[in-house]
Ligand binder design. Structure first.
Ligand code: MF3
Ligand code: CO
Length: 301
């Protein structure tokens, strides 16, 4: 088990550069993702945004991964490979991508993911923080399965922000799992169904490599997790499902889907812990809007 890499303020500034590149890729993907577009076309959009920024994809060729973004549709939880699949209105799609920038002869990585429902109006972080939810925009007579898909996206997104806020005040990495479980339980009460938390895949430390110690679990596990320390940077990434948490991997050895065919959603940000607070490196506003409901104001880098 390798040690946790502690970054200087200057190095975290470089990671902020990578984070802003990732935020820019997300913006490009959001405007290009509409009914009729293929996931391969969206990989090209991502590759172009990375090149435009003068950064490098950390997904492409990672253990042989063939694209710059993972695009996971409906029952695919993570690691969906872009191909000729055509997105349709109402698809629940997660986009996970990253990039690194070079400084001091090393790579400084960013990694983040968002989910969206194709063909529906995007809800920005400020509106989400103010209480806007995609499920509230579903017509009253909609199919309950459609409503649930929106609710799943909303719960996952909320669990990410609650977890990021928990890192601002918490003492250990386990604050993330507690926060995700709390949101899931609270929303289950309100919605009448409970999202499942994927356990086989976790968040992670990030820095001079995309995946570093420690693992960042999205559920409460036994045992003691590492203490939070200034200079740590974590990629927090809850993956929730509207059914059983059992998954299987396709023959392509990447695509992870739910065994029961239930929908899955995935949201992720990279967050830096500093002496004077936290900074969500992959959010354009350092997480100011998303953290506000929790009474947390980020350090702005
Ligand atoms: N970004 C994923 C994660 O959040 C890892 C993707 S691996 C890749 O940890 F090979 F698909 F890029
Ligand atoms: Co990640």
């Amino acid at each position: 088990m390798s040690r946790i890499e502690i970054k200087s303020r200057r190095q975290i500034g470089w990671m902020r550069e990578a984070g802003l590149v990732v935020a820019d890729i997300h913006k490009s993907l959001r405007s290009a993702a509409r009914p009729g577009v293929t996931t391969a076309e969206l990989d090209a959009v991502s590759a172009e945004a990375i090149a435009r920024a003068g950064a490098t994809s950390n997904f492409l060729h990672y253990y042989g991964y063939p694209a710059t973004v993972c695009i996971s549709v409906n029952d695919v939880v993570v690691h969906g490979i872009p191909d000729d699949r055509v997105l349709a209105e109402g698809d629940l799609v997660s986009f996970d991508c990253g990039a690194w920038v070079g400084h001091d002869s090393r790579q400084w990585h960013g990694d983040a993911a968002f989910s969206m429902i194709v063909g529906r109006e995007w809800i920005g972080d400020a509106d989400f923080a103010a209480g806007a939810r995609s499920a509230d925009r579903v017509p009253a007579d909609a199919d309950p399965a459609v409503r649930r898909r929106h609710e799943l996206d909303d719960v996952t997104r909320e669990s990410l922000w609650a977890a990021l806020a928990a890192l601002a005040t918490g003492r250990r990495v386990s604050a993330v799992g507690r926060a995700v479980e709390e949101v899931v339980a609270e929303r289950a009460e309100a919605l009448g169904w409970e999202a499942g938390i994927i356990e086989e895949y976790t968040g992670h430390g990030i820095g001079t490599a995309m995946h570093q110690a420690p693992d960042v679990l999205n559920f409460n596990a036994r045992g003691i997790s590492p203490k939070l320390r200034p200079g740590m940077v974590l990629a927090v990434e809850p993956m929730l499902v509207a059914g059983s948490i059992e998954t299987s991997t396709d023959a392509d050895e990447w695509t992870v889907r739910t065994v029961d065919g239930a929908d899955a959603a995935h949201w992720e940000h990279s967050i830096a812990l500093l002496d004077d607070g936290v900074c969500v490196l992959t959010a354009p506003d350092c997480g100011a809007a998303g953290l506000a409901p929790y009474g947390v104001a980020p350090v702005v880098l």
